[in-house]
Design a binder for this molecule. Structure first.
Ligand SMILES: [Ca+2]
Length: 465
């Protein structure tokens, strides 16, 4: 009569093997006792062979078949099988351990308070404000702040970093029409300046994806005098100033394999009207599929949701007027809708400046975006102790009026779906004190250590399983 395991494959009711020790015990009970109890050996071979098959796969099956069934050689063959099991079981056990992935979310602060420009009611007012903004950008000295930001990142060495407000400031002659934006002279490229610090002496981080978003150029009255201007320039301007906002993902060189990097813009946007000119505030997200040593592939998404929809009524690009927080809520829903960047079969790690939180909501509506993500199955995977938002001074020098107590709520987050697959090990807040005379940003940084499922072990070659 054929034993069950002499057929095409293992039976459906495989007994579990709790450990290699238990596997050895099975062999010991069945065979190493000397084969004295023949009735047991005849009644149990299917179970015994099943243990072998289940524990060690095709390799042991091969050993079983090449071993003759004579009683005086069974012990030798089983010893070989145990040894093979040990060799295979050790890497299998190691691979079964969750793998560690580290991530960071860092708002770099674009370098100026744009709110004055957004609220300008006349073209002259906008041009004057543009001059003020360019001066603030100079005062906020990103080349120096980049040193502190790089130190924050290099102290934690995250595998992936989501950057928001990775500004690109450019200037052009004010004899040129600023619409559409065309200034090309780079004044501050925040990404390049940060990379220069991160990669001093060694390549440590690379840009995976950089998504240009809000892009605006305007004449700038830089000397504060509306009656003076560069030759041929209007409205007392001396130069054209251009801001291009970007969300960027950085990956640690030599540790992260990436694919499917892309970025996109939200469909729902705030529409502002500086000087009466309708202007959509383009915001968006970046994504990449990543594989960090030992961990299963996952999706990393970095986003920056709207901040200026904080009025009682806010105009959207679709013509609707909505309450506080409704635009960022719509943008959060775009992240997790069907086909959105955070909706994929892979485990998803979502980082970014959501301008939203539930427990530290400043005013009604601020929590809407965050709650939309919670409803979509995302969970928090970062600390709120201490809080990391936001310094109040426009100028980030130590004498610029900001203080540590300004960090009184939370807008930056690390969230994940699949809460049973992705666990938080620990999280910390960075950038809580000035260095080199500057706060690194008006936000603190956020760092989280996560565990993900391990990379699936290699399948046995065809014909052995
Ligand atoms: Ca002037």
């Amino acid at each position: 009569m054929r034993s069950r395991d002499e057929g095409a494959g293992p039976p459906n009711t495989l007994p579990p093997i709790p450990s290699l020790r238990a596997l050895v015990d099975v062999f010991a009970l069945a065979d190493l006792a000397g084969g004295g109890d023949r009735s047991v050996k005849r009644s149990e071979p299917a179970t015994r062979r099943t243990w072998l098959f289940w524990g060690c796969g095709g390799v042991v099956v091969v050993i079983r078949f090449i071993c003759p069934k004579r009683a005086n050689r069974v012990q030798v063959c089983l010893a070989l099988a145990v040894a093979a099991c040990a060799v295979f079981a050790v890497p299998a056990a190691a691979a079964a351990k969750p793998a560690t992935v580290t991530v960071m979310s860092r708002n770099l602060n674009l370098g100026a308070n744009l709110e004055l420009g957004v609220r300008a009611t006349s073209l002259q007012g906008l041009v004057n404000t543009a001059g003020t903004i360019l001066h603030q950008v100079d005062q906020n000295n990103f080349p120096v702040r980049a040193k502190g930001l790089a130190a924050e990142i290099l102290t934690k060495n995250p595998d992936l970093v989501g950057l928001q407000e990775a500004a690109l400031w450019r200037t052009g002659p004010c004899t040129e029409n600023p619409l559409p934006p065309q200034a090309t002279h780079v004044r501050y490229d925040y990404v390049q300046l940060l990379l220069n610090q991160l990669n001093r002496g060694k390549q440590r981080y690379r840009v995976v994806i950089s998504e240009p978003e809000f892009d605006f150029e305007v004449y700038a009255n830089t000397d504060g005098n509306a009656s003076t201007a560069a030759p041929g320039c209007p409205l007392g301007s001396e130069i054209n100033g251009r801001l291009t906002m970007r969300d960027v993902i950085l990956a640690r060189v030599g540790r992260v394999r990436t694919s499917n990097a892309r970025g996109g813009h939200f469909v729902t946007q705030l529409q502002v009207k500086p000087a009466g000119v309708a202007l959509n505030v383009t915001r968006g997200w970046t994504q990449v599929d990543a594989q960090v040593a030992g961990a299963a592939k996952f999706r990393f998404v970095n986003a920056h949701l709207e901040a200026f929809d904080n009025q009682s009524s806010n105009h959207t690009n679709t013509g609707a007027d909505v309450g506080n927080g409704k635009i960022r809520e719509a943008q959060a829903k775009e992240l997790v809708k069907r086909g959105g960047p955070a909706t994929v079969q892979l485990p998803v790690i979502l980082v970014g400046d959501l301008n939203s939180d539930q427990r530290t909501e400043v005013k009604p509506g601020d929590a809407l975006a965050y709650e939309a993500l919670l409803r979509a199955g995302f969970v928090e995977r970062s600390t709120s102790h201490p809080l990391g938002c936001c310094l109040k001074g426009d100028i980030l020098t130590t004498s610029g009026g900001s203080r540590l107590s300004d960090f009184d709520h939370k807008v930056d987050h690390v969230m994940t779906n699949a809460p049973r697959k992705i666990q938080l090990v620990r999280s910390s807040v960075t950038g809580l004190k000035p260095v080199n005379g500057f706060w690194d940003s008006d936000h603190a940084g956020l760092f989280s250590v996560l565990t993900l499922p391990p990379l699936a072990p290699a399948q046995p070659p065809p014909g052995l399983g």
